[in-house]
Write a protein that binds this ligand. Structure first.
Ligand SMILES: [Zn+2]
Ligand SMILES: [Zn+2]
Length: 685
């Protein structure tokens, strides 16, 4: 601990430096700037100046720590790291300080976590026998885990929400207090607060002082930060209730997790729920059934996808497009088996690092076999089957390979989380000097994929290793540095902004993840480009260099759809099932006005099919209106109505999705129009 100075320097975002007495709070600093800012501020972000590390903000791991919310809630943070603090925190040293208002996403998280305290306050007031777990903010709101001998029922949520409004109206300040670890442990144990006692034991060290936050009579073990008072939790809603076992273990007591959300204004909250409703309307599982695209069959097993004819048509188009693009870019297409001997997975390292994600082995008469979770070792075997020289490199093998991964039952979700899926997988083997160009090529290819399928916005993340967690990564330190450098250089060359995520790399190397942004602004992880120096070593891969010596190639794994199933799910939701014309399983539906126009309808169908268009005729003896309605519900891009007039002139009457009745049109003109949209893969219809 450094000696406490009499005065401190506060560096503000505009570059100015102000001097204050030690013990000044961020709230005081805000007041000295303007009372309006002091009223608008939610929380402060500080970074001690003494040990100033100049790492860009994008280089620091995310503050929220979603993976271990408990740790970020309870453990003491690193003293010198940038962090969020209460506006009432006395400042004891020189800091750079930023006052966060409603505009800052981190401020919203603080409001949401404070709302979790408000909810726990309400629950204890209504049901004092309840024991508290923990209550972090999440991306969409917050939750709190409770244990109560009489489980909550959905009807309780209204009462909890109403009581929360009272807690907010009381506008109780959130006050931070400290207590010795031994004292709080004894207290928690005496009151049978088993979860709080666990968190103290797990996330604090003997001898430490423990941080609590109190509002009114309620207190919670927490390191904060919080908004200044409960009154700052302005718009909130308790949304739902779910069961969860304590520490995820089925032998432990069952907890109840109550979810809610909070916003700075009711307008933002209304928009949030409107977006949720829109997302539900677009749910690919609902549309998949309505449009007869795919199914999952209980009798066959969870997470296994059945592609129905219409879904299979979209898949055929996606796959053919992908194969053609690969060929254009110098890839070779390969096919490999679905299973292999366990021995192969031992060589590849999957048995050691990835076994928990694989289907259990099958015993055959000659050996144990496992379903493949990845295609990589197979592509390596093809490479190794003949000697390679530097002239052969880069070798690029592409396959739409079916892989199987074990997901726990109950975790599957439509097309998005499955046990069997198709990777548009490719592996590039090259000389170290070629690696950057290859990675740039992959990134460019990924951009073409996203643009072709109608996504204009995407976000890029570079996942690197966490050297502190050494045992989970294969390969030498030098190799990791080299690999991370080449990925960074490739991104820099394409001038692509990205965020570095530490500790998210695969066990065999760092990777670039490309997340697309869909029409609702949701992020989807699809494309990934991974560097690997580990497998070539494990498989003793070689090529003869220009120097006549044997060298080891480096390897890139890349998947651009990621999973064909998942990409299809995202497409369904992005387009709400109204696929662009070039992807639509049925592009035009023909409606004969009455039975005597069937012949003409079939003639038109044949002409359009010859022009390469996918067309259906409604043969039913139904009213014209009903036929049009049904094709409309199937979200067909075109509906062609044919009757006496059309048969006489050799034309059609055209309806366009979203644009209504376009009137009569000569058939040739329609074909030209449709073909040009299909050929250009337009997403305008
Ligand atoms: Zn808290
Ligand atoms: Zn691979």
């Amino acid at each position: 601990m450094t000696a406490i100075a009499d005065s401190i320097k506060v560096h503000l975002p505009d570059g100015s430096i102000k001097e204050f007495p030690a013990g000044t709070t961020p709230h005081d600093v805000a007041l000295s700037i303007s009372p309006r800012l002091a009223a608008a501020a939610v929380v402060a972000r500080i970074r001690p100046i003494a040990v100033d590390n100049h790492q860009a903000a994008s280089d620091t791991p995310s503050e929220s720590g979603e993976a271990t919310p408990e740790a970020s809630m309870y453990s003491a943070g690193e003293a010198n790291a940038e962090r969020l603090v209460d506006l009432s925190t006395p400042l004891a040293e020189d800091v750079s300080l930023q006052l966060l208002t409603e505009k800052d996403g981190d401020a919203l998280k603080v409001v949401r976590h404070s709302a979790a305290h408000v909810m726990a306050t309400a629950v204890l007031e209504l049901y004092p026998e309840t024991k508290l777990g923990h209550g972090p903010a999440t991306d969409a709101g917050f939750f709190y885990d409770f244990y109560r001998p009489t489980p909550f029922i959905p009807e309780d949520l209204k009462a909890i929400e109403a009581r929360m409004a009272e807690v907010v109206a009381r506008n109780e300040p959130f006050v931070r207090e400290w207590e010795s670890r031994d004292q709080s442990l004894a207290r928690f144990k005496a009151s049978n607060d088993f979860m709080k006692a666990h968190f103290v034991e797990r996330f604090t060290k003997p001898g430490e002082e423990i941080s609590f936050y109190r509002n009114g009579a309620f207190e919670d073990f927490c390191r904060g930060p919080h908004v200044p008072s409960t009154g700052r939790v302005k718009s909130f809603k308790v949304t739902n209730l779910a069961g969860a076992y304590w520490l995820g273990d089925e032998d432990n007591p069952q907890l109840q997790r109550i979810y809610g959300t909070a916003f700075f204004s009711s307008k933002e909250m209304d928009q949030h729920f409107a977006r949720l409703e829109e997302a539900q309307r677009r749910d690919h599982r609902v549309l998949g059934k309505q449009l007869d695209l795919f199914s999952i069959q209980e009798v066959a097993g969870a997470g296994l996808i059945f592609w129905h004819p219409k879904g299979a048509m979209v898949r055929k188009i996606m796959e053919e497009w992908m194969r053609d693009e690969c060929l254009k870019r110098g890839y070779s297409l390969v096919y490999t088996p679905h299973v292999a001997r366990v021995h192969l997975w031992q060589i590849s390292g999957h048995e050691g690092f990835y076994a928990q994600n694989m289907f259990t082995p099958m015993e055959l008469d000659d050996a144990d076999y496992r379903m493949k979770p990845m295609n990589c070792p197979f592509h390596i075997l093809i490479y190794k089957n003949s000697p390679k020289s530097y002239r052969d490199l880069p070798v690029r093998y592409a396959e739409l390979g079916n892989v199987y991964r074990y997901e726990r039952s109950g975790t599957m979700h439509g097309l998005l989380r499955v046990r069997g899926f198709t990777q548009d997988d490719a592996h590039i083997f090259c000389e170290p000097a070629q690696i950057e160009d290859e990675i740039v090529g992959c990134i460019e290819f990924a951009q073409v994929v996203l643009n072709t399928f109608g996504f204009t916005e995407f976000k890029v993340e570079l996942s690197t290793w966490d050297p502190k967690d050494r045992k989970n990564y294969a390969g030498s330190d030098e190799n990791w540095k080299l690999a991370i450098n080449s990925l960074e250089n490739a991104l820099a060359r394409k001038a692509i902004p990205y965020k570095t995520i530490r500790g998210e790399a695969a066990f065999y190397g760092p990777k670039i993840d490309i997340k697309l942004v869909d029409v609702l602004g949701r992020l989807w992880q699809l494309s990934t480009v991974q560097f690997d120096f580990n497998m070539p070593a494990r498989f003793e891969m070689e090529y003869v260099g220009e120097d006549g010596e044997r060298h080891q190639p480096v390897m890139v794994h890349r998947a651009l759809y990621g999973s064909v199933e998942r990409f299809f799910g995202v497409l369904i939701e992005h387009y709400a099932g109204a696929f662009p014309l070039w992807l639509a399983p049925v592009q035009a539906g023909i409606v004969p006005i009455s039975e005597r126009h069937l012949n003409y309808a079939e003639k038109i169908q044949a002409t359009l099919q010859n022009a390469g268009l996918r067309v259906e005729v409604d043969h039913r003896n139904e009213k014209m209106g009903a036929k049009i309605r049904d094709f409309t519900l199937q979200k067909l891009p075109y509906i062609l109505v044919v009757g006496d007039k059309e048969a006489e002139t050799g034309g059609i009457s055209l309806r366009v999705r979203g644009q209504g009745d376009q009137g009569a049109m000569p058939l040739e003109e329609f074909v030209t129009r449709a073909r040009s949209l299909v050929d250009s893969k337009s997403t305008s219809l």
